[in-house]
Design a binder for this molecule. Structure first.
Ligand SMILES: *Cc1c(COP(=O)(O)O)cnc(C)c1O
Length: 465
C-alpha cells in the first residue's frame, strides 16, 4: 500500500469512535427489552449479522489474532484508542458478545450500567476480582489489608483466601453465620478492602441480606468504608437473583455451573456496576472495574476464555430464565420429598420455610419474568441434605444412585451429587469445614431437568437400600 493512501491514525480513531457509538446505541436498545429477549439476542442484531455473512447465530472467532489494514490501525487498536480485538487473550468478538449479554442480564431492572469480563474459570474470576483489590496502596495506612468474607463459601474460594493470608499476610476474617449483621460490622476496619459472600452458598445454601450488607459496606462513617460488596451468585444466576440491583458492587459467576447448564465449558465472569467505592487502584478501575480487569490484569495474567466455550455459553444463556424456573420447581419438589423422609436428618434449601434465610430468599430471589405474577420467588436447583447415620450412611446412599451422577458439579441439566467433606471441601480440612458448617454426612444434590419423580424414585431406592 502506498503510504499516501493510508487514512492515518486519527481517521482510525474516528472510525473506532463511530463503532463504539453504534454499540452504545445497540446497548441502549437492548436495555429497553425484557430479560428473555436480552438473553436470546444480547447485542447481536441485524447489523451484526450483516457483518457476519448473515449468520443469525454469533460466530465463534477462533483465531488468536486480528489482521489490521495498516500500521496506524494496528497502533490505534493496541493502544486501546479504538475498539478492536487484536489478540484473543485480551479481547475477542465472541467473548465480547457473551460479556455484553451477561452485563445486561445482571443489571436487568436496576437502571444501573454494568460491564462484564469473562475468563477461563470461576476461580479465575474470584482471583482476578479479589486480587485487584488487595494491591498495596501508598496512600493507605501501613497495616496489611484484610478480607471480611462469609465462611460459607465454595471450597476453592476458601482455600484461595487462605492462600492470600498465608503467602501475603493478608488478614482473613471469616463470618461463620452470614446472617449475623453484628458479626460483619465487628469484623470491618479501616484496612478492610472488600466484603465477600456467596448467595446462596455452595454447599450449605446459606443466604445473606444483600441490601443490609451493601449498606454496611457503603455506609461506615468511621474511616472503615466505603468498600465494595462482592457477591458470588453462581448458584442463583441472574434469572432469579440480581445482586447489583440489591446494592452489591461486583458479582462473580462460575459460568461452568448453572449458566452453562448444558455442561460444555469451564468459564467465569466478573460483572461490576460502574463507579464502585474502592480505595485502591486508579480512577479507571473505580469507574469501570470489569473493563479494567479485562484490559490489564486479565491481559497480564492470561486466564482468557476460549471463543468456542464462549459460544456454547451464549447459547446456554438464551434459555436461562425458563431453565432456572423449571429446575427450581424440580428442586423444590425433591426438597419437599426429602424433608419428609425418615432416613434424612435435615434438608437445606432456601425455598423451604425451615431454612434460616427463607424470608430473605423469598424477598430477593425473584424470577426475571414480569408475567410470573405475585408468586415469582424461585430458589434455584441446588440443595443439600444430611442422612441419618453420618458419613457411612451418606456414602451408602450416595453409592447407590442410579440416575444421579456422582460428580463435583452443579447447575446442570443432569442431576449430580457429591459428598463435599470427601471431595470439594476436603482440602479446607476439618477445622475449615467446621467454621463453614460442612457436615461430614452432607450430600449436595443439584437437581436437573429430568422429571422430578424419576429423581425422587432414584433417591428413594438409594435411601431405602
Ligand atoms: C464452582 C464454583 C466456583 C468456581 O468455578 P470454576 O468454574 O469451577 O472455577 C466458584 N464459586 C462457586 C459458588 C462455585 O460453585
Amino acid at each position: 500500500m502506498d503510504t499516501t493512501d493510508r487514512p492515518g491514525l486519527d481517521a482510525w480513531i474516528a472510525r473506532g469512535q463511530e463503532v463504539a457509538k453504534q454499540e452504545a446505541a445497540a446497548r441502549a436498545v437492548a436495555r429497553t427489552r425484557r430479560f428473555d429477549t436480552i438473553a436470546v439476542h444480547g447485542l447481536y442484531n441485524h447489523v451484526a449479522a450483516a457483518a457476519n455473512q448473515g449468520s443469525i447465530i454469533e460466530p465463534a472467532y477462533n483465531a488468536p489474532a486480528q489482521h489490521f489494514p495498516d500500521s496506524d490501525a494496528l497502533e490505534a487498536a493496541l493502544g486501546y484508542l479504538m475498539p478492536a480485538w487484536g489478540y484473543s487473550r485480551i479481547a475477542n468478538p465472541t467473548t465480547h458478545y457473551l460479556e455484553e449479554t451477561l452485563a445486561l442480564l445482571e443489571a436487568y431492572g436496576s437502571g444501573l450500567t454494568a460491564s462484564s469480563v469473562v475468563c477461563g474459570s470461576g476461580m479465575a474470576a474470584v482471583h482476578l476480582a479479589t486480587n485487584a483489590l488487595l494491591s498495596l496502596n501508598p496512600d493507605m495506612p501501613a497495616a496489611l489489608p484484610n478480607i471480611v468474607a462469609s465462611a460459607k463459601c465454595y471450597g476453592g474460594t476458601f482455600v484461595l483466601f487462605k492462600r492470600y493470608a498465608a503467602e501475603r499476610g493478608i488478614g482473613l476474617r471469616w463470618i461463620e453465620d452470614p446472617l449475623d449483621m453484628d458479626a460483619w460490622e465487628r469484623a470491618i476496619d479501616a484496612d478492610t478492602r472488600f466484603l465477600f459472600a456467596e448467595v446462596p452458598s455452595n454447599p450449605a445454601l446459606a443466604v445473606v441480606d444483600i441490601p443490609a450488607l451493601a449498606a454496611l459496606a457503603h455506609g461506615r462513617g468511621d474511616g472503615a468504608g466505603p468498600m465494595p460488596l462482592i457477591i458470588d451468585s453462581t448458584v442463583a444466576t441472574p434469572a432469579i437473583l440480581r445482586p447489583l440491583s440489591l446494592g452489591a458492587d461486583i458479582v462473580i459467576h462460575s459460568l461452568s455451573k448453572a449458566i452453562g447448564g448444558s455442561g460444555l465449558a469451564i468459564a467465569g465472569a466478573i460483572t461490576a456496576r460502574h463507579d464502585i467505592p474502592i480505595r485502591v487502584g486508579t480512577d479507571d478501575m473505580r469507574a469501570d472495574f470489569a473493563t479494567h480487569i479485562k484490559l490489564l490484569p486479565l491481559r497480564d495474567f492470561g486466564p482468557s476464555l476460549s471463543p468456542a466455550a464462549a459460544l456454547s455459553l451464549i447459547s446456554d444463556l438464551r434459555t436461562l430464565r425458563t431453565r432456572v424456573d423449571a429446575w427450581s420447581r424440580n428442586a423444590m419438589k425433591v426438597a419437599g420429598w426429602l424433608s419428609a423422609h425418615p432416613a434424612v436428618a435435615a434438608v437445606s434449601y432456601p425455598g423451604l420455610a425451615s431454612h434460616p434465610g427463607h424470608a430473605i430468599a423469598e424477598r430477593d430471589f425473584q424470577l426475571a419474568d414480569e408475567d410470573a405474577g405475585p408468586d415469582a420467588a424461585r430458589y434455584g436447583n441446588l440443595l443439600a441434605f444430611t442422612v441419618r447415620g453420618g458419613l457411612p450412611a451418606a456414602r451408602r446412599a450416595f453409592d447407590r444412585f442410579d440416575i444421579v451422577f456422582r460428580a463435583t458439579d452443579l447447575g446442570k441439566a443432569k442431576s449430580v451429587a457429591v459428598i463435599p467433606s470427601v471431595s470439594t471441601h476436603q482440602q479446607q480440612g476439618e477445622e475449615g469445614r467446621a467454621i463453614a458448617h460442612v457436615d461430614d454426612g452432607l450430600i449436595r444434590l443439584s437437581v436437573g431437568g429430568e422429571h422430578p419423580d424419576d429423581i425422587i424414585a432414584d433417591l428413594a431406592q438409594a435411601l431405602e437400600g
